[in-house]
Ligand binder design. Sequence first.
Ligand code: HEC
Length: 190
Amino acid sequence: MRCLLTTLAALLGGQAAMAGDDPGEALFDKHCAVCHQPGGSGSPGFAPPLAGALGQRLQVEEGRAYFPRVLRGGLSGPIESKGQRYNGAMPPFAATALSDAEAATVLNYLLGGLNGALLPAGFQPYGADEIGALQGRPVAAGDNRKLRERIDALLKNGPHAQPLRGSLPPEGAALPALPPGDGPAMKKGG
Ligand code: HEC
C-alpha cells in the first residue's frame, strides 16, 4: 500500500513539474491533450500527432492561416500525418471556449514549443488580432482540409521558404491557384 502511494505521489509530482509555467502548455493540456495527448504526441488512428509534425507548413504563406482556421473551424475528412492515416473530426473551438488571446497562446505553444525545430526563420508568434480576424467568417472543416492539401502540394513543389506576412488572407476568398510546376508564383512580393 505504501508503495502504491509513493508511486502515485511520484506520478502526480512529475505531472505538476511537467506542466511548467507556459500558459500555452496549460491551455493545451486543458483543451487539446484529451485527443492529441500531452506534448502533442497524438493517438494513432484517432487524433494526429502535433509535435514535430506541423511547423514546416509555415514555410508557405497559406500555412499561416491554416492553424487559426483549424482551431476556429475544425478539420474533418481523411488526412495523412507522419505516414499514418486519420479520418476523424477535429471540433471547432468557438471564442466562448478559447478567447482570441487564448487561441493565440495555445497556437504559439503548438508551433514555438512543439514544432520549434521545423519553423522557418523569422517566425512571428500569433497575436489575438490575427485570430479575431476570423470572427464571423465561415471556416468549414472540409475547406480546411482542402487548404491542408494545397499547402502540402505547395511544399512538395519545391523550397518555398519565405518571410511570413503578419495577417491572414481574406477568409472565404477562393484559394489561389497552384503555381504551374516550378513557377515563380511563390516568390514573395511584399
Ligand atoms: C475531440 C478530439 C480533439 C480535440 C479536443 C482537439 N483535436 Fe485537434 N484534431 C482532432 C482530429 C481527429 C484531427 C484530425 C481530423 C481529420 O482526420 O481530418 C485533429 C487535427 C488537428 C490539427 C491539424 C493537424 C494536421 O496534421 O494538419 C491541428 C493543428 C489541431 N488538431 C490542433 C488542436 C488544438 C490546438 C486543440 C486544442 C485547442 C485540439 N486540436 C483539440 C481531434 C481533436
